[in-house]
Design a protein. Structure first.
Length: 174
């Protein structure tokens, strides 16, 4: 990877709700009203103001994203991206997952945000194969950052050793 691009992409381990960045991305569902996994953790840490704002958004289609405030989170905003459920790979899952990254980054730029953290969208409850998802995530972020100077840092937040190692490997090969 080009050095300047590599400097703008980071992989960390841990809980995304602890990060003090301009926006953390949520792996949401189409209702945007909360759920389990990282979605549940974000809503718990943000407090009830988050779901109140989400209610006004009237959901979000798969592959797209919507932005809210961060409420009690250290992050200023939450970008709620809706990943696809894995149905074997022949239901446009790859393009929909790519859309989550593209549309989240687009929202970040439109809102003048400079630092953004992503979880491994769709790789938990939605069962998207991890390495395949990591390749899509890395490719979309790299392609976007090559075209855009305003975003300073993208952090991939991995929850668990397996996810961490997979992202490290995919980034090393990119
Ligand atoms: N910080 C960072 N990553 C996390 C955290 C955390 N606190 N908690 C879990 N992860 P998942 P999905 C990781 O299942 O597959 C919800 O019910 C997790 O280990 O949260 O997109 C929504 O409402 C995994 O690597 O999201 C939807 O209905 C990654 O986050 C559905 O789950 C994504 O796992 C979305 O499923």
């Amino acid at each position: 990877m080009q050095q300047d691009l590599a400097n703008r992409i980071e992989v960390t381990k841990g809980d995304i709700t602890r990060l003090k960045v301009d926006a953390i991305v949520n792996a949401a569902n189409t209702s945007l009203l909360g759920g389990g996994g990282v979605d549940g953790a974000i809503h718990r840490a943000a407090g009830p103001g988050l779901v109140e704002e989400c209610r006004k958004l009237q959901g979000c289609p798969t592959g797209h994203a919507k932005i809210t405030g961060g409420y009690n989170l250290p992050a200023k905003h939450v970008i709620h991206a809706v990943g696809p459920v894995w149905h074997g790979g022949h239901h446009n899952e790859g393009a929909l997952l790519a859309g989550c990254y593209k549309n989240s980054l687009k929202l970040a730029v439109e809102n003048h945000l400079k630092t953004i953290a992503f979880p491994a969208i769709s790789t938990g409850v939605y069962a998207f194969p991890l390495e395949r998802a990591a390749r899509i995530a890395v490719r979309e972020v790299q392609d976007f950052l090559r075209q855009n100077d305003s975003i300073e840092k993208v952090i991939f937040v991995t929850f668990g050793e397996d996810t961490y190692r997979t992202y490290q490997k995919v980034l090393a090969e990119a």
